[in-house]
Write a protein that binds this ligand. Structure first.
Ligand code: SAH
Ligand code: MG
Length: 216
């Protein structure tokens, strides 16, 4: 937990209800321990989407489709979402959830490894939600920047690893050390990338919000 627990509880208490299908899918994800975007990050995402009004959205890491469906509620009607997932067990559940939410026409799920798939994508996206394996973000970055339109927004989730990122490498559990150093490298890269302007926010599990500079 990065932020004081009582503060989070308070922020959550201000949230209103969501569309019932979305709330059901959220509850199913929580019950089955599928990692989904946290409540306080959800409202931030909604605000960014309503400000930006993107028409082409790319998501890396579908899980069971919760965040894709949530995003679809706050997008212009003709917006299209492409989402990538490699875990076979989650793919049919995500497809079924898109159907339940009546969003099959708006959300396209591509099965496979995000790095491989991103390399085959063309055209540009106005909004990219990076939410897959944290240790891989640094490898997805060149394609993400290539695929972003001018003024396009990249939102990366879980970048502060429950606060681990500020600890010394040796204070982090051994199995998390590779992710730890790769995440530091990713954040450094986001902040020093010539084509991006980035703000890192200690919201949820840590968010990095980047915009691709125009005319570079
Ligand atoms: N965005 C979802 C949560 C995604 S959890 C939500 O908020 O509802 C992260 C997902 O990324 C997991 O389901 C995992 O299987 C997937 N993932 C991890 N590495 C991947 C890769 N290399 N390619 C595609 N998907 C990947
Ligand atoms: Mg996440």
């Amino acid at each position: 937990m990065i932020i004081d627990e009582r503060m989070i509880t308070y922020i959550h208490s201000l949230e209103g209800p969501e569309n019932p299908v979305i709330e059901q899918i959220e509850q199913e994800a929580l019950d089955t321990h599928v990692p989904i975007i946290r409540k306080e990050t959800q409202s931030f995402l909604k605000v960014i989407l309503m400000m930006k009004q993107p028409s082409r959205i790319l998501e890396i890491g579908t899980a069971i489709g919760f965040s894709a469906i949530l995003m679809s509620e706050y997008l212009p009607e003709d917006a299209q979402i492409t989402t990538i997932e490699k875990y076979e067990k989650r793919i049919p559940i995500a497809r079924e959830n898109f159907r339940r939410a009546g969003r099959e026409g708006q959300i396209t799920l591509i099965e496979g490894d995000a790095l491989e798939i991103m390399g085959t994508l063309s055209g540009t996206y106005d909004f990219i939600f990076m939410d897959a394996a944290k240790g891989q973000y640094i490898r997805y970055l060149p394609d993400a920047v290539r695929l972003l339109s001018d003024g396009g927004v990249l939102m990366s989730d879980n970048v502060l690893q429950d606060g681990d990122v500020i600890e010394s490498r040796f204070a982090v559990e051994r199995r998390n050390r590779t992710i730890h150093s790769r995440m530091r490298e990713y954040l450094y890269e986001l902040k020093h990338h010539g084509e991006l302007m980035t703000s890192i926010l200690p919201l949820g599990d840590g968010i990095a919000l980047s915009v691709k500079k125009r005319g570079i």
